[in-house]
Design a protein. Sequence first.
Length: 273
Amino acid sequence: MAAHRKRRRSPRSRPAGRSAAPPAAAPWVAAVVPVYNEEHTLAAVLAALQETAGIDDVVVVSDGSTDGTAALARAMGATTVELRHNHGKGMAMAAGVAHTGAPVILFVDGDITGLEPELLRALIAPVVAGELAMHVGVRHRGVLVNAAHRRTGPLLSGIRCLRRELFASVPARYLRGYRVETALNWICRHLALPVGILVLEGLEHRKKEAKRGFLAGASQRIAMYASVFAAWLRLVLTDPLPRPVPAAAPRPALSPEPGTARTVVGPTSERRR
């Protein structure tokens, strides 16, 4: 993995006898990549993450994959968490967060193509600087759709950067499937947290129909949107408004139950403790 290069600030002149205060260290950033049978696209995703200055750790969570996904992640030096069974995207994301202590989390789907370091830096920077609580990346889909996304935000996104405490505030019942993204959007809206939408030119997703066949892929897509709608409806009708989680909140106990996962610690996990 490419070495993390710390930013250097140009020195400023100071009156004699006064020592310069040391520059504040940038927050630790960990990329969490939840994957299920993504051996065809994962290598390019990991390469882009590893080449991006400012990303300290890369944690890949293989959510019950049956192909070479986990072996590929290990070979590329990522901290690799292997779930023995498929638990869904939300639980895979939670398992990844539980395996890093980073205060800033970048979630990236393993089936994204066209990912470049400059896009990642643009997505991360406002969260690291404290300007945004969450920064969501969306694919370029034309002027009208892009404008709608900037105004309301997307229902789903394969790439987003956020503060750790924001993810920790998601109730456990929304860590199933794709509900977690709906919950994150809802929490930010009701706590009036600053959220940004970034259109990422050249970004694409490998569609479910291409990965699993038309019928199976279409069925999974319908189930995904049904899960998102059900989560939104429950949030609107029944759940109380979310409460903010302190920045110093302890790491949530989101590791899989004993016996369901195997963790291979790669070089990236040694970056910071």
